[in-house]
Design a protein around this ligand. Sequence first.
Ligand code: DQA
Length: 180
Amino acid sequence: MPSQVLVLNGPNLNLLGTREPEIYGHETLSDIAALCEQAAASLGIAVDFRQSNSEAELVNWIQEARTSRAGIIINAGALTHTSVALLDALNASGLPVIEVHLSNIFRREEFRRHSYISLAARGVICGLGPQGYELALAAIARLIAKPRKRTASTQKATNKKTTNKKTTNKKTPAKGKRTS
Ligand code: DQA
């Protein structure tokens, strides 16, 4: 069975297509679900695409995903900016998380610039409309295929050590001897 990724959508995203189309576009949530199905199939993974207006329901779905899903893509809607409960659930899941927003939250009101979800996310994609979901699926497919064993900083430290070793292994000229 292919790895299954949970794609979660928060409050008001069920209204896509008619909700502020100048910000969120004309595609409906069903259009985005179809796009995700298609993208997932070409990546060899499966998606479980869901939407809820209820924070509690989203928390329950994340908790269930701990044992049954390989990763989570989440557009938490307005809960992005308010929900410590979603952050805690995502952290507790131990799964790779990618955060997605249709709009560029950094070009909008000040209050949208802070995301609790980002603290649990391996990556954030915003401002690219429905394409953001496709990109998130491609990213999570790679994360699932190659779970990260080291953080970027531990990898850097390892590289540094190897370089130092190489340097110290070089023969140091005897004192007083000219090398050139
Ligand atoms: C959103 C951005 C949020 O600030 C907003 O509350 C949403 C949608 C987006 O996809 O751009 O509901 O997450």
